[in-house]
Design a protein around this ligand. Sequence first.
Ligand SMILES: Nc1ncnc2c1ncn2[C@@H]1O[C@H](COP(=O)(O)OP(=O)(O)O)[C@@H](O)[C@H]1O
Ligand code: SF4
Ligand SMILES: [Mg+2]
Length: 373
Amino acid sequence: MTRNEHMRPEDAGVAGRHVRPILSVRNVCKFFPVTSRGFFQRQIGTVRAVDHVSFDIMPGETLGLVGESGCGKTTIARTILRALKPTSGEVFFSPPPSVTSRQSSVSSKQLSVNSQEHWPLNLATLSESRLKPLRTRMQMIFQDPFSSLNPRMTVGAIVGEPLAIHKLARGSELKGRVAEMLKMVGLEPGHASRYPHAFSGGQRQRIGIARALIMRPHLIIADEPVSALDVSVQAQVINLLGDIQQQFELSYMFVAHDLSVVKHICDRIAVMYVGKIVELAVTEDIFYAPKHPYTSALLSAVPNPDPDIPMSFELSGEVADPANLPPGCVFHPRCPYAEPRCRAEVPVLRDFEAGHSASCHFADKLTLAGISS
Ligand SMILES: Nc1ncnc2c1ncn2[C@@H]1O[C@H](COP(=O)(O)OP(=O)(O)O)[C@@H](O)[C@H]1O
Ligand code: SF4
Ligand SMILES: [Mg+2]
């Protein structure tokens, strides 16, 4: 299946066999307490950073997660990987069948948790000791390649560190694995002895990708991996992520604040607004037939090659404060289609057609502008 010949979860089956999602996020919430200042800190509010979020990622699929800054994208990414403990909800993880039955090149120690009958595992409630071997299976690539690499470590030490921490390789084997990974991401094995400051932003992001890849993960969560890079370099890094996906049988959750970044890499896109998914569909439907006014507004920032297609409205105002949500539909203060019902009633995420859901009271009545091609 090529990129954008989209795979819907319900279509996923191999020779009639149902393929399980690699990741199933179910009703996940992550709330942060807001406390008063002073000695006796009392809870005076709650930041609803992630509020009942559900989605699946299939083996080999790239799911985009898009929304403006402050919508909760990083919080859901960190919660999935259990860098944050969810307030509630479930995060089921299950490596693809081809992986659970194959001898892992990374570690025979991992095979103790890599037996089919254990899957799927709910990461939300797993103890730290059960989580530790699974952490090798899921890796994160960070937004800022300048601050995410330790400036006092050589590139070789940075890339090889996960293997060293998990005691999976050392000495010449470790060096060989690092050299192999550097080549995979378009760097030179000789770069291993240099320090991060000697590299450009794009090269640093390649170092971050090599570090993530060295554990042979099944799932990579890339949190705005190209946002800090020049536009000319963004495409190179996105292409690299696409190239390694098939080779390593990877699934991606690709986080971005800009829809144009995810257009060519994602099979499906989830649009997030103030802690909730407001629309979820295959990439073509998000671009050509959006059903939520927020999605349509995000599309207004994407260059439109067809001048006959009307522009959507441009977003005005700020993202709502997740500690002080407006009543009803949280998008209503910015929505040109808002009616009295929108201020009173919270819309639920509903399916409109197979694989296309949106949370807007008027999603089936509105004709929203998309992008032609
Ligand atoms: N540790 C924290 N304590 C309190 N609020 C937080 C914390 N982390 C994130 N938030 C808040 O949660 C919301 C979502 O943040 P974040 O997940 O970083 O959004 P995004 O990645 O989409 O920009 C923001 O309002 C942010 O201020
Ligand atoms: S429910 Fe109302 S305010 Fe919310 S997106 Fe739909 S039309 Fe706009
Ligand atoms: Mg973020």
